[in-house]
Design a protein around this ligand. Sequence first.
Ligand SMILES: *[C@@H]1O[C@H](CO)[C@@H](O)[C@H](O)[C@H]1NC(C)=O
Ligand SMILES: *[C@@H]1O[C@H](CO)[C@@H](O)[C@H](O)[C@H]1NC(C)=O
Ligand SMILES: [Ca+2]
Length: 444
Amino acid sequence: MVPTVPTGLAWPDEPLRRVLLLLGAALSLGSASQLPPYSRCKVTVHSSDDVAAWEYHSCQPQTTDLARYARIHVDPMDITCGKPPENICALENPYLCAECDVSMLGLSHPPHLMVDAEVPDTSTFWQSASWHRTHPEPLRANITFSWGREVELTHDVVITFQSRRPAALVLERSRDHGRSWRPLQFYADDCLEEFGMEQRRALDLLSEDVTKVICTEEYSGSFASKGIRTVRMEIQNRTALLAGPRLPPGRVSASPYGRMTANPALRDFLTLTDLRLSLLRPATGGTFIDKENLQKYHYAISDVLVPGRCQCNLHASECVFNAGRLACVCQHRTAGPDCSKCQRGFRSRRWRQGSYLPYPMGSANVCLPNNAPAAFPNHERIWSSSSPLEGSQRRLGDAEVTHRQGLGHGGGGGAISHAALWPSVSSVENKEHSSGTQVLNFIF
Ligand SMILES: *[C@@H]1O[C@H](CO)[C@@H](O)[C@H](O)[C@H]1NC(C)=O
Ligand SMILES: *[C@@H]1O[C@H](CO)[C@@H](O)[C@H](O)[C@H]1NC(C)=O
Ligand SMILES: [Ca+2]
């Protein structure tokens, strides 16, 4: 058995999240109407001894903490403290120091302590060497999280510092396994001086700025609260911009997924193979540098949270972690680590990504058997008159939802009335479907 990545229903706020992640799997067994949209790839709509019909939906894995499934690399190699043993001191009090020594359990602070399960009141953390090590050169470190595949961010990235938050850092992403990098967000106590950028808060972004890279002073500037140790990359504030308040009733639920489909730039912005935290300047508590006590300048991170999911092209509701890799459990007769091709024997039409539209079932764009008619419509319901199991003798019905009145021609069996197979749907859904189809044609 491969372990399934734990799932959560709604993404909770921090302290509870580790607990809820564990509960998530149990919660998702609850009633079907409680399931988040796009959580099921296939639903049986009729089943009896000799006839089965099911409907394929586009589907995606639930949000989980991706940081725990990443390979973590810290640069330069010797930037983690303790080799040789050294003292790390408090910024506020240079005489309050702790020893760091990689050879002593309890005194070492390796990178994996950024992604372990935090027990309340016992913080475990990665600790950098102090500026004493590199002065007069700057104290810099890159922390890279690599997944070896595409993942997509769904909620705020949250970095919790054990030390004071750095005076300058950049969060960057790569979509090509680290060959090229693009910034996600800049953070500084003075954006203009550090990066030549005007400071801006995610809260103030307008809907046309949904993928705009900003520099914020919110987490390190003079008005940033000193007691708070978290730095955020506000993903939700950005996706919320797409949710748009002015949709007519009945269409509201289609967002933001529908708009996500219509906004490839945002999907690109949130998709990555690697995430890098580039620490450029530690907190110094002001402009004065106390050269006699450089041990008090350093970085320490107790937790990194990267909520997101495997990018499975809307063809999988599960992603498993096996042999150090995340892999989609592909449905819809697709294959590959990210379901980006059709299974052998199921290639009668070009592979396509699933679509979020029409909301909330989406379009599965299943791969079809090689012997399916070339002009087969893009239907999402398939039924079998032989066995409820998927198999090579499966017969395919012309069961596109918009053609449901015409069920019977080309359909397998015919023993059941289509009223039983296709329960009535509201006109809103019909409308959504037809508009969804138009959008699909437009996009793909
Ligand atoms: C961090 O990565 C950047 C970009 O690859 C590189 O230029 C820089 O030297 C790295 N910094 C450290 C401290 O390794
Ligand atoms: C932005 O996020 C913050 C907290 O993360 C939230 O309180 C606020 O309502 C969000 N703003 C918008 C416009 O979604
Ligand atoms: Ca920790």
